[in-house]
Design a protein around this ligand. Structure first.
Ligand SMILES: CC(C)(COP(=O)(O)OP(=O)(O)OC[C@H]1O[C@@H](n2cnc3c(N)ncnc32)[C@H](O)[C@@H]1OP(=O)(O)O)[C@@H](O)C(=O)NCCC(=O)NCCS
Length: 186
């Protein structure tokens, strides 16, 4: 039997919904109109050149969701898709997961991603019963770093030359949050 798709209403303007095949066109358009801005920090932008590429990604993550490996959501704000948030495949033996995210440039500055991450952290600890959530972001990516900082993550270190971005390596900050810490601060 298919798992019920993920849905979370964050507030009266903002919802998280499992990415669906019917979202492919809108998500591709958002990526395509934000290419230089997203490319600065995301390694997969050049591999997303058509709606078909986006559709292939969506089918992969939908399969992973059904197999309890991941969750990938579109972030809906006032009826429009503004970006996505997803888990990397869950590390079940170690009960931990990493969150990845992006927004269209025009949707920055509203707290959307901080709220979406809060919902994904709740789901990881309360529903999936994981022990740790991680976020990695490039050392120069101040807006991304501000998200785990705002949410009370601990800075655990810097992994050197940990990601290849088209023509150069970047160092990644590692932020970690334990289930016990999240519960204590709620
Ligand atoms: C990383 C990224 C998602 C951050 O976006 P963002 O809009 O800065 O983050 P949020 O949506 O959480 O919004 C935070 C901003 O909204 C403001 N805000 C308003 N209401 C808020 C609320 N209720 N809660 C938190 N912040 C709120 C904050 O003050 C902050 O604004 P400021 O930076 O001007 O101080 C975005 O820059 C992005 O997609 N970048 C390109 C892709 C990328 O780097 N992905 C991550 C790779 S690791």
């Amino acid at each position: 039997m298919e798992k019920k798709l993920f849905y979370k209403k964050i507030d009266h303007t903002t919802e998280l919904k499992s990415i669906a095949e019917s979202d492919a066109q809108e998500i591709f358009r958002l990526i395509n109109t934000n290419r230089p801005y997203l490319r600065q920090w995301l390694p997969w932008i050049d591999y997303t050149q058509s709606v078909a590429d986006e559709l292939a990604y969506i089918r992969t993550v939908m399969g992973q969701y059904q197999e309890n490996q991941s969750v990938a959501c579109a972030i809906w704000y006032k009826g429009n898709i503004t970006g996505t948030i997803s888990y990397h495949p869950v590390d079940w033996p170690n009960r931990k997961v990493e969150i990845g995210y992006w927004l269209g440039e025009q949707f920055q500055g509203n707290g959307l991603m901080t709220k979406a991450c809060g919902a994904f952290i709740d789901y990881a600890f309360n529903d999936l019963k994981l022990n740790k959530v991680e976020i990695r972001c490039a050392t120069g990516n101040a807006r991304s770093r501000a998200i785990p900082q705002r949410l009370g993550f601990t800075h655990e270190g810097i992994s050197r030359q940990a990601e290849w971005l088209y023509d150069h390596y970047v160092d990644l900050h590692l932020y970690g949050l334990l289930a016990s810490e999240w519960r204590k601060n709620r």
